[in-house]
Design a protein around this ligand. Structure first.
Ligand SMILES: [Mg+2]
Length: 319
């Protein structure tokens, strides 16, 4: 692997997340057995009727990427993570989504209750749901991009989870993804990325960290066996380990990693989103097919936001 421009890793991370999300929405809620019957999805298309993204066009991403962009914009505006501002932006985003019939199904039980609480004036420290779903892990990548020391990545990933997801599992999930994004950006090898991730995540939920380890140790086993073993539900204990499995299994082949992740079954948009973020941070934007990049909704917006985060971290953009 030659030298990859750091900026391309920033844009690769956020575009990878959006690509995985947009591809994965086509299989959201579909069982693995059905996916195998229909054949693997490798390009954009519509989501199945009855799934949260069923009104979206091919190449459009879902709530995972939308929330990731909200977090990134808050980081840019305040030159760092500010919980009050992020909570305010998520609450505003929630109202907009609820009033848009094509996007209102995005709001699952955790986000929905958190957004109601925030909008009724409850503090971001109290508004989070106790359901250990993956909503804070799926959007957290920009924290790993923004902070370069793992201590800060960890503490800010925790804070970014709390306004909507305050269970120990959800917090551990957000920490895991943010830490792995940072370690991938820094070009650590696969073993070291997992070691750092598990060490940081185990500060919040040892069981969750053990499942990441299990996913990593399963990397040479066949996807059918492993997805069955790990589970593919929207719980953080399933989605995040599945993404780490795909990432570890195809460590040198980001396209294969994403294709495997969006065909896992279950919560495929989030599994794809997290896998895409990790692969992009490791390999950079150039390793994704042009077809995926050009077919993506708002690709320029996603790329510009990632470039602005890169600029902030290099001290190139001051506001
Ligand atoms: Mg989604």
């Amino acid at each position: 692997m030659g030298l990859i421009k750091l900026k391309n890793k920033y844009t690769g991370c956020m575009l990878g997340a959006a690509i995985g999300d947009a591809l994965g929405k086509q299989n959201e809620g579909v069982r693995r057995k059905e996916i195998l019957k229909m054949g693997y999805i490798k390009d954009y298309g519509r989501a199945p009727t009855g799934s949260p993204g069923d009104k979206l066009r091919a190449g459009q991403y879902t709530d995972d990427t939308e929330q990731m962009l909200v977090l990134a914009q808050s980081l840019i505006a305040f030159n760092g993570f500010k919980a009050v501002d992020f909570a305010y932006r998520i609450a505003k985003w929630g109202v907009k989504v609820r009033n848009d019939p094509s996007r209102s199904p995005f709001l699952g039980p955790s986000s929905s209750s958190a957004i109601d609480k925030l909008n009724s004036g409850i503090s971001w420290k109290e508004s989070g749901s106790d359901i250990p779903s993956c909503g804070s892990a799926m959007r957290v990548a920009p924290i790993g991009l923004f902070y370069d020391c793992l201590e800060n990545v960890e503490s800010n990933a925790v804070l970014s989870s709390i306004p909507t997801h305050k269970s120990k599992g959800a917090i551990a999930g957000a920490v895991a993804v943010a830490v792995a994004v940072r370690c991938s950006l820094d070009g650590f090898d696969r073993h070291e990325i997992i070691r750092q991730t598990c060490e940081r995540a185990s500060n919040y939920d040892i069981g969750f960290a053990k499942k990441i380890e299990l996913a990593y140790e399963s990397r040479n086993e066949m996807p059918d066996i492993v997805f069955d073993r790990l589970g593919t539900s929207y719980y953080v204990y399933d989605t995040v380990p599945c993404a780490f499995y795909c990432f570890s299994r195809y460590f040198d082949d980001p396209e294969m990693a994403i294709i495997e992740s969006v065909n896992a079954g279950g919560d495929t948009d989030s599994i794809g989103c997290i896998t895409g973020a990790l692969c992009g941070a490791l390999h950079g934007i150039e390793r994704f097919s042009k077809k995926w990049i050009n077919g993506l909704e708002n690709k320029d917006l996603v790329e510009n936001i990632a470039t602005m985060i890169y600029g902030k971290t290099r001290g190139l953009i001051r506001t």
